[in-house]
Design a protein around this ligand. Structure first.
Ligand SMILES: NC(=O)c1ccc[n+]([C@@H]2O[C@H](COP(=O)([O-])OP(=O)(O)OC[C@H]3O[C@@H](n4cnc5c(N)ncnc54)[C@H](O)[C@@H]3O)[C@@H](O)[C@H]2O)c1
Length: 406
């Protein structure tokens, strides 16, 4: 088949490469000229394990190329961004624009698949009315992506997938197309269920983390260590409590639940509360920092880690960005250390500080030299928001060691 993949980012590019390596002819389309030029030279601009090599063969053989506008094909896959606005509403401009681009080239019998994580009703209320203006019969549906960055090539093949069709035939056609490379189960359903499935998966994790954060606060009041508590509870065969922390970031878990809240504000109560609980964690960490230092005004604080999760360079929606702002607004001077995206040298970041906060559990912070740090800080205060560092070593070096959730 000839497949047009619209949006060559973290999702679109590996997907395009999968179809091309499976023998289809794939045209990747992106509005960014640099992305198009790079791919046509056999290069990529994103970091993803194995991807740089994986695209080389299909580009060389002509099975994969990039263009900056959509052209006629048998199938279209839309993998453009679906962010939220400052008002926590879904920003569907990219999906709308990509769908409009398809109209001019849509032919009888074509298949259009939305991969982007989208609010319920995007397929039937946003895309279908636009595509109908082409005046041809076509098949439409949603097959959301579940992969995790860093393991995308493995998970694209091995994860199970949902094929949600506007009609049953569309669902079946989507499933058949993905069978080109998917070895996991492909579950056929309707498009609205597929949309809600993807949102529910990420919301499950957000609500679970909010529960862990609430437990952390309760445990602090009750003199219990929440990390030990969760470890014990998770030994129950049917319990899986996630980990507390300074907040939830990234462009999926911190975003997707809002799509449900926007659609059903009166009903999505636990979901809404969980989002607010997790978004409130940077303030909670700042409040505890204030309890350690007294007034924050004029105090210097080093935060170790600023990305949204460990061992990556991705800062999208990172709660540490908000924590930094809250501390600075309270008059503190904040030094950010991060082996991926900021100052790497701990001596530079921690010199003469009044408090060190462990914000992200990057592996580089696992074996901190507390004896050395004790010699360069102004006040020996350490606040671990991830239960990641060796508290005994910190205390042995003279630090006051504080732990979130204890
Ligand atoms: N990255 C992930 O881990 C992940 C996982 C699951 C689902 N998703 C979802 O997949 C979708 C895409 O995410 P991503 O991380 O690949 O985004 P991305 O920002 O990495 O890439 C999107 C690409 O689309 C291009 N683009 C935007 N509008 C366009 C248009 N009208 N025509 C052509 N190109 C256009 C951009 O230039 C960009 O290169 C989102 O809905 C996201 O929520 C992402």
């Amino acid at each position: 088949m000839k497949i047009c993949v619209i949006g060559l980012g973290y999702i679109g590019l590996p997907t395009a490469a999968m179809f091309a390596n499976a023998g289809h002819t794939v045209i990747g389309v992106d509005k960014k000229q640099a992305v198009v030029d790079a791919l046509n030279k056999g290069e990529i601009l994103i970091e993803e394990e194995g991807l740089a090599d994986f695209i080389k063969k299909p580009v060389a053989s002509g099975h994969l190329c990039a263009k900056n506008s959509v052209e006629e094909a048998d199938a279209f896959i839309v993998s453009v961004p679906t962010p939220i606005t400052d008002e926590k509403k879904a920003d569907m401009r990219f999906v709308e624009s990509a769908t409009k681009d398809i109209v001019s080239v849509l032919k009888e019998g074509n298949l259009v698949i939305l991969e982007s994580t989208s609010p319920i009703g995007t397929v039937d209320s946003l895309m279908k009315p636009i595509l109908d203006t082409a005046g041809v019969n076509y098949y439409l549906g949603h097959s959301p992506e579940r992969v995790i960055p860093g393991k995308i090539l493995y998970e694209l093949v091995h994860n199970s997938r949902v094929a949600g069709g506007y009609t049953k035939e569309a669902a079946h056609m989507i499933a058949e197309l993905y069978k080109s490379f998917v070895e996991g189960e492909i579950y056929e359903t309707d498009a609205r269920t597929a949309e809600m499935a993807k949102l529910s998966e990420n919301t499950f994790r957000d609500v679970n983390i909010a529960f862990a954060n609430e437990l952390a606060k309760i445990c602090e009041q009750q003199g219990i260590n929440v990390w030990e508590l969760i470890e014990i509870c998770n030994k129950h065969p049917r319990v899986n409590i996630h980990q507390p922390g300074p907040g939830v970031g990234g462009h999926c878990i911190a975003v997707d639940p809002w799509f449900i809240v926007e659609k059903e504000p009166g009903l999505a109560q636990i979901i809404n509360l969980s989002r607010h609980t997790n978004d409130g964690m940077p303030q909670y960490v700042a409040d505890r920092s204030k309890a350690i230092l007294g007034d924050l005004k004029g105090k210097t604080i080093a935060i170790l880690g600023t990305t949204y999760k460990p061992d990556v360079d991705d800062m999208r929606e990172s709660p540490i960005i908000y924590l930094r702002k809250i501390l600075e607004d309270a008059g503190a001077i904040v030094n950010i250390n991060d082996p991926f995206v900021a100052e790497k040298n701990l001596d530079v970041s921690c010199k003469d500080v009044d408090l060190i906060i462990l914000g992200v559990n990057h592996k580089q912070y696992k074996e901190l030299d507390f004896a050395h740090l004790a010699g360069i800080v102004k006040q020996k205060n350490f606040f671990d928001t991830r239960n990641f560092c060796d508290g005994d070593k910190a205390k042995a070096a003279g630090f006051r060691y504080e732990l979130l959730g204890k």
